[in-house]
Design a protein around this ligand. Structure first.
Ligand SMILES: [Zn+2]
Ligand SMILES: [Zn+2]
Length: 128
C-alpha cells in the first residue's frame, strides 16, 4: 500500500515533467505537482527526483543557481536566457559545432554530455 502510493507520487512527478518543456526548479515542480497530489511533501519530491535521475528517467540541469529538471532524456543541449532566466531546449546545433570523440588521451568512454548555451531569448528580445 505504502509502496503503491509512493510510486503513484513518482509517476505524477514524472508525468508532470514530461508534459512541460520549461525545465522547472524543484520548487516550481513541487507547486505544480501539488495540484494533483495535495499530500506531496517537498522531501518526497526531492527523494523521487533523485531516484528518477539515478535511473536515467530525468535529467538534472545545473546552471549555477537552482538545479532544474528535464523529462526529455534524449541528448540535447540547453539555452539559458540570461535576461529572464528561462531554460529552453536547443536541438538545432550544427553537427560540426559538437564533435565529441574519445581521441583525447584522458577519455575512455563518453556516456552523455551537458551543454548550456547562454544568451537572450526571443521574447526578451521583443520586450526591449
Ligand atoms: Zn528571456
Ligand atoms: Zn531540456
Amino acid at each position: 500500500m505504502a509502496i503503491e502510493r509512493r510510486s503513484r507520487q513518482r509517476d505524477a512527478i514524472l508525468n508532470n515533467l514530461k508534459m512541460r518543456c520549461d525545465h522547472p526548479t524543484a520548487m516550481e515542480l513541487y507547486l505544480s505537482v501539488r495540484e494533483t497530489v495535495p499530500n506531496l511533501s517537498l522531501g518526497t519530491l526531492y527523494r523521487n527526483l533523485a531516484q528518477l535521475e539515478e535511473s536515467g528517467m530525468v535529467l538534472r540541469i545545473k546552471d549555477g543557481t537552482f538545479d532544474r529538471f528535464d523529462g526529455q532524456t534524449q541528448p540535447h543541449a540547453h539555452f539559458k536566457c540570461t535576461h529572464c532566466g528561462k531554460v529552453y531546449d536547443a536541438y538545432s546545433l550544427k553537427n560540426d559545432s559538437l564533435k565529441f570523440c574519445t581521441e583525447d588521451e584522458n577519455i575512455s568512454q563518453i556516456y552523455g554530455f551537458s551543454l548550456i548555451l547562454y544568451g537572450k531569448c526571443k521574447s526578451c528580445d521583443k520586450a526591449v
